[in-house]
Design a protein around this ligand. Structure first.
Ligand code: HEC
Ligand code: HEC
Length: 350
């Protein structure tokens, strides 16, 4: 009898403390982020707290830039920018695939396989440097790359200019956008870049949670948020409102690609890649610079059990997450992925 009482008492205590910690975590994260628990950040890491989605950079100028955006959108979808006439920017950055192509590596001119996986162009305005290896400084500069690339669009600027100048509708669109029907590479890439700056994520359930709807995340997702900031250490690199520190790191899975080294020629940068934003990450697979992972479960378990060879980033450690913790982290990654926005493709000028 006495044994029974002890057991009952013990289980009441256990149950109480379990529900208390659960309750506690939700309450803690219901406070403003400045009152959240201290994240596990390594010494010397410059970081920013996670936060609500910031407005796009052109949010306040959408009206005055309407014609430029419309022109850029047409150019983005126009296969006449390619040598074969078959490939547009949207071939590899498709709106229905969250502005990726869903492939391990992209297929470009006449079936050529590109060196890397096609990243989403969504939120690309946020990065200080573009491409996985950071070789471009801004979106306008970036747009020259694929047009001239052997494996991507395989065209040349003078040829693209000749083709576009023959299209009457483009003369009108350029005139509306820039007040002059003259078409040159700089205004063309400016229009494309302006259009890209209007492509942002949508609000996710995580944003709704931060904005006060405390039912927007379930318990597993709240635990995932806590893990992301603490034991799993993801926040060391995936931080700030877009879940990227805008830096380059070697995760130890570079697969022979020198990455950022190609830009800096500094030994230390060998195998480093840009930290990708994790907003909408559930919809941007296959993942990593070379598309080496085709499930988020795989990535999380890899991050969890991986042993890192010496010389890789000291921020990367074996974090040893339990099965449940891995599920919670996955649930959180899904909660920062918003449902897709309907997008209407442009009618191309004749
Ligand atoms: C054949 C497929 C293909 C085509 C066509 C293509 N891209 Fe890409 N795009 C890629 C790949 C692959 C990368 C990553 C390359 C790298 O990092 O080395 C990329 C990277 C980018 C990035 C950088 C994103 C980031 O996070 O750093 C932007 C922006 C972009 N492309 C825009 C464009 C525009 C604009 C066009 C048309 C002018 C275009 N792309 C045409 C495959 C393509
Ligand atoms: C040391 C910095 C660092 C830490 C810590 C880190 N990441 Fe990453 N993460 C990166 C970099 C850099 C890449 C791109 C690497 C590549 O392409 O080879 C990446 C890629 C990813 C991708 C693929 C995204 C895409 O669009 O392809 C996911 C998902 C991801 N990380 C999730 C996590 C999670 C979850 C954690 C915590 C368990 C975490 N990361 C911890 C730096 C980091």
């Amino acid at each position: 009898m006495r044994k029974l009482i002890v057991i009952t008492l013990l289980s009441v205590i256990v149950l109480f403390s379990v529900s208390f910690t659960k309750e506690n975590l939700r309450n803690i994260y219901s406070r403003p982020s400045s009152a959240w628990p201290k994240p596990f950040i390594d010494e010397g890491v410059i970081w920013q707290e996670l936060g609500v989605l910031p407005p796009g950079p052109l949010e306040k100028q959408m009206d005055s830039l309407k014609a430029v955006i419309e022109l850029g959108k047409a150019l983005f979808f126009d296969t006449r920018l390619s040598g074969s006439g078959k490939i547009s920017c949207a071939t590899c950055h498709q709106p229905e695939l969250n502005w990726t192509d869903g492939k391990v590596k992209s297929i470009g001119h006449e079936g050529a396989v590109t060196q890397r996986n096609s990243p989403t162009i969504q939120n690309s305005w946020y990065y200080n440097r573009l491409f996985w290896d950071g070789r471009s400084r801004d979106l306008q500069d970036q747009a020259f790359g694929p047009i001239n690339s052997e494996t991507e669009m395989h065209s040349e600027m003078p040829e693209v200019m000749r083709k576009l100048r023959r299209v009457k509708g483009y003369k009108e669109l350029f005139k509306k956008a820039f007040g002059d029907e003259e078409i040159d590479p700089f205004v063309m890439t400016e229009a494309i870049a302006t259009f890209e700056k209007t492509i942002s994520s949508r609000k996710s359930r995580f944003d709704e949670f931060l904005e006060g709807n405390k039912k927007a995340l379930n318990n597993s997702e709240v635990r995932g948020l806590h893990l992301f900031r603490t034991k799993a250490r993801c926040i060391n690199c995936h931080n700030g409102p877009l879940f990227s520190d805008n830096q380059f790191h070697n995760r130890g899975f570079s697969n022979g690609d020198v990455g950022y080294y190609k830009v800096t020629h500094i030994e230390e940068d060998m195998g480093k890649f840009k930290t990708p934003s994790l907003r909408d990450v559930a919809r941007t697979g296959p993942w990593m610079h070379d598309g080496q992972f085709n499930s988020l479960e795989q990535i999380i378990s890899q991050y969890s059990i991986a042993k890192f060879p010496p010389g890789t980033n000291p921020l990367l450690r074996t974090i040893g997450l339990t099965d449940r913790e891995q599920k919670d982290l996955l649930a959180f990654l899904k909660a920062i992925s918003a449902p897709p926005l309907a997008f209407s493709k442009p009618v191309l000028p004749e």
